[in-house]
Design a protein around this ligand. Sequence first.
Ligand code: NAD
Ligand code: DAU
Length: 351
Amino acid sequence: MMKTILITGGAGFIGSHVVRLYVNKYPDYKIVNLDKLTYAGNLENLKDIDKKPNYEFIKADICDTETIFALFQKYLFDGVIHLAAESHVDRSITDPMAFVKTNVIGTCNLLNAAKAIWKDQHDEKLFYHVSTDEVYGSLEHEGFFYETTAYDPQSPYSASKASSDHFVRAYHNTYKLPIVISNCSNNYGANQFPEKLIPLSINNIKNNKPIPVYGKGENIRDWLYVEDHAAAIDVIFHKGKTGETYNIGGNNEWKNIDLIYKLCDVMDKKLNRPAGTSARLITFVKDRAGHDLRYAIDSSKLQKELGWSPSLQFEEGIEKTVDWYLANEQWLMNVVSGEYSKYYDNQYLHR
Ligand code: NAD
Ligand code: DAU
């Protein structure tokens, strides 16, 4: 069936994998990628598909009410997959208002446009909001986040995402806007901006620079390969029940320090360095303020009801990720030049 789908944030890390999947898998859909191209947005991520006839890119800000309404009016989108966001916890600690603006106000702006233009065509439309497991707060060493876990966000980033989730649900309850939400654990894979732990560490190891580990490296994250997240989004978009929430996770918990040792081993092998060389770069630095101890997702609802499960083992996923960064030196060089070096110095030089 012919559909026009708006994907926001499609030039970013996860968004670019979702755009690629949709453009290739659904030649009958028109995929409109709307992205402001902040420091995290990069059209290089999509150069393999950007000439396809069912793809269009629009540079715009989700906070720009006039433009967003005009686009909804022009394209009469059948569905929205909303990924555009400020996504980095450390940046939210230094500049929370940027997160309020894009994540809260930008999301409400999209909801208002969908509500106004879709009116009561609720059976044919869907607003899919992509969110994070961080809205549930922080776990101790036992237990999991379920769809029913009470929200308890701890950072400005997770508070802004929690707020946007609440608005999305409020538009469903109040105006019957057809929505679905997913909350996913930490992603890794190709095209991730090197401010996040895994690509930052790969880049530093490659350049023999210190690997900054916050605190004692005891914090735990549940890692999912980005293409598995994109596949989950596809399943939820097409088969998910309107109004529902689905948790997505890798069932793959790693203590940060163990993950870094694993990455060091892989890098030593790939770079033909003697075993133990990269691990000597590990440097413990001042902890992140309000650092959540542990995230762990229970994704059994998604697995049982919609039949999704992660396809890759972490060992395979991390090798593929390292291979991608080593093969795409120019991509990495382009993103770490300019603004990145300023950010890096502010974040790490005097830590
Ligand atoms: P990212 O930072 O790599 O990409 C975000 C994209 O949004 C960029 O292309 C950026 O240019 C765009 N953007 C930012 N502000 C915008 C605005 N005002 N208007 C239009 N576009 C704007 O983020 P990501 O890691 O790909 O995350 C995508 C989504 O998935 C986010 O909503 C995030 O909260 C969620 N999420 C991420 C993870 C993860 O591990 N990275 C896990 C779970 C959920
Ligand atoms: O859980 C999902 C979330 O995962 C997403 O919603 C966010 O968008 C995404 O950025 C990610 O958040 P984290 O804060 O968990 O990711 P980050 O890669 O920044 O950090 C992972 C862990 O590594 C965390 O415990 C902090 C630590 N860390 C991070 C950096 C950048 C370090 O020890 N050193 C570092 O230099």
